[in-house]
Design a protein around this ligand. Structure first.
Ligand code: COA
Length: 257
């Protein structure tokens, strides 16, 4: 399908989405979010895609929700169009989603990066929640995902001052997997996506699910769920192939079955 606000590149087993509203620093309009969630739903349904990269391109990731679109909205407008609830499918993507972040990842831009499973940051990346300066707060998960990843005090700093963190500080806090020169961000993220895409897809899917469960459930529930997925994977052809290949000292060939 054709998109207006994103670019989609499909090179199985990976797909790359580039946010594409450069004139407004990739501000996240409702139309852009609709396209983004539609593209991800297509990738989820496409068995030839095993991992995806989300980027804003070489200069900017996204400077947040589109302020010009929201400025005159009232609470009922926001509720009826479910302003940020419509972003939720991003966090529900079942395959690994890797953010490749250069430049500003602010407000909703930072929140969608935090919905990804791994983050590769260019040295120009800046992560922040400047909503406080607009008289609002983050509405797409920022107040919840920051404390769960970087801890309470960093989250408070980010929410209350609105000042962005550098890529290096984000790395030190563990919210970024790797900091690389800006020109390497997308290639490094793509390489990582390809590496993960070569793993047994059902195990990848369950590993992602299990880690995310740790943010939702008490430990006993998370452990029980992990155990069930672990047992389940012994029903897959890929488990048989993976273990046989190890014993036969060859590389496994995985089918996602
Ligand atoms: N929504 C709508 N438009 C945005 C935007 C946003 N979140 N962020 C940037 N833009 C637009 C600007 O209005 C400007 O448009 P114009 O050229 O028509 O005037 C264009 O993008 C370039 O932005 P500009 O502010 O001129 O760039 P800058 O390099 O001086 O500053 C930022 C960059 C990111 C610091 C600044 O744009 C900014 O603070 N953006 C808003 C961040 C924010 O509050 N996000 C949370 C939203 S809830």
């Amino acid at each position: 399908m054709g998109y207006e606000h994103i670019l989609v590149e499909v090179e199985p087993p990976i797909a790359t989405i580039t946010l594409n509203r450069p004139k407004v620093l990739n501000a996240l309009s409702p139309d852009l979010i609709r396209e983004l969630t539609t593209a991800l739903a297509e990738f989820d349904a496409d068995e030839s895609i095993r991992a995806a990269v989300l980027t804003g391109g070489p200069k900017v990731f996204a400077a947040g929700a589109d302020i010009s679109d929201m400025a005159d909205q009232g609470p009922v407008d926001q509720l009826l169009r479910d302003q940020t609830g419509r972003w939720a499918p991003l966090a529900g993507f079942k395959k690994p989603l890797i953010a490749a972040v250069n430049g500003y990842a602010l407000g909703g831009g930072c929140e969608i990066a935090l919905m990804c499973d791994l983050i590769i940051a260019g040295d120009t990346a800046r992560f922040g929640q400047p909503e406080i300066n607009l008289g609002i707060i983050p509405g797409a998960g920022g107040t919840q995902r920051w404390p769960r990843t970087a801890g309470k005090y960093v989250a408070m700093e980010v929410m209350l001052t609105g000042a962005p963190l550098t890529a290096q500080r984000a790395y030190e806090l563990g919210i970024v997997n790797k900091v690389v020169p800006a020109e390497a961000t997308i290639p490094v993220a793509t390489r990582l996506a390809r590496e993960i895409a070569a793993k047994p897809p059902l195990a990848v899917r369950m590993a992602k699910e299990a880690v995310l469960k740790a943010f939702e459930a008490p430990l006993s529930e998370g452990l029980a769920s992990e155990r069930k997925s672990f047992y389940f994977l012994f029903a897959t052809e890929d488990q048989k192939e993976g273990m046989r290949a190890f014993l036969e000292k060859r590389k496994g060939v995985f089918k996602g079955r």
